[in-house]
Design a protein around this ligand. Structure first.
Ligand code: SF4
Length: 65
């Protein structure tokens, strides 16, 4: 699984990093970036999918399953 954050949509809610801190990190202003180039380890997949659902502005895109 691979994910990407659309920085034009991200509104710094921070819910993705709460749901999947292994996958997303926040900058000093609360905007999200992916860790590890967006590659999600198998054991983090459920958390990443939860982050996708949690984002209030649908800023997280799944590139590969
Ligand atoms: S939950 Fe969505 S809007 Fe909030 S920081 Fe993450 S990507 Fe950005």
């Amino acid at each position: 699984m691979k994910v990407q954050v659309d920085s034009t949509k991200c509104d710094a809610y921070g819910l993705c990093a709460d749901a999947a801190p292994q996958v997303f990190e926040l900058d000093d202003f609360g905007y999200a970036a992916v860790r590890n180039g967006g590659v999600v380890q198998d054991e983090d997949k459920a958390a990443a999918e939860e982050a996708v659902r949690a984002c209030p502005v649908q800023a997280i895109r799944v590139l590969e399953d």
